[in-house]
Write a new protein. Sequence first.
Length: 308
Amino acid sequence: MIGDLLLAWISEAGNGTIADFRARAAWLARTENLDLHESATGRWLRDASALGHCEVDWKHGKWSVAPPVITRLPLADGLAVLVGARRQRLLRAIDEEGVYAEQARRLGSSRDIPPPCTILMPYERTRDLEEYAAALGAVYSGCAAAAIAALLGTTAPAKPTAPPAYDSPFEHLSSFSPQTWAPTLPSRPNPSEGLHREQVNGRWQHLLRREGGWYATDLSRGVFAELARRGETVIRWRPDGDHRTRTGTVIVDWGASLPPLQARALVLCSGFVPRFGSAAETSLYDNVPREIAARVASSLGQTLQTSS
């Protein structure tokens, strides 16, 4: 499928620009007669990053593929997932070395590029995963989801920046779901507290207004900083079974996209990008232990709510 072809291409290319990736992905989609949403190529890169296949520098317009890694899924009854670069020689090694692996897919919207298939590896002992990694030329990382969650710090913007230019297009975030931006004047005295965006060289840059100062941020971190200021909660955890169950589903309201590391911590609990609840306007992350969900929420200034 096209998602697997794109992962194979970025694996062989190693790195590149986002603009070049968008052009190549759009061309490949046309060869498959896919009617994509205009932001589909960017969403595929975001999902590939959350799955651990690549790193994306949105500010500077660049991406680079990640090395191949085998990581355990938390509390998943002996399942690990292979992430990172997926070169042809690695796929051949899976067959030649007799490594047992299963491919699984989760399809999304017909107007999105499907993510690459997930390669799952059942195991009985940690030693099995270490041997698989050695045979494939990969790295065994333990449980990446738990390790990432343990390292998460606060994402509140703390870098002071210059005020917006008086003659630039300038808007203020007025509501979250859906996200609504209201035009305002950067020259007005005592600008409103909250998240703003300024258009510079045709691109939006985000700024946070706090106690008379301006702070640089990106959209996802800025949104959560503003949610924290308003005391609003958009992250919930629903246990898979009764109250003794340790895993569950993390539910994030639309309009509050997670920063890359927080998204990766949740995605690597299952090896799949989130499902979407269109009726409830939510993103759903599966097989997430409550302690990982709580660390992700805390890093975003959120108080994790438990739903039934």
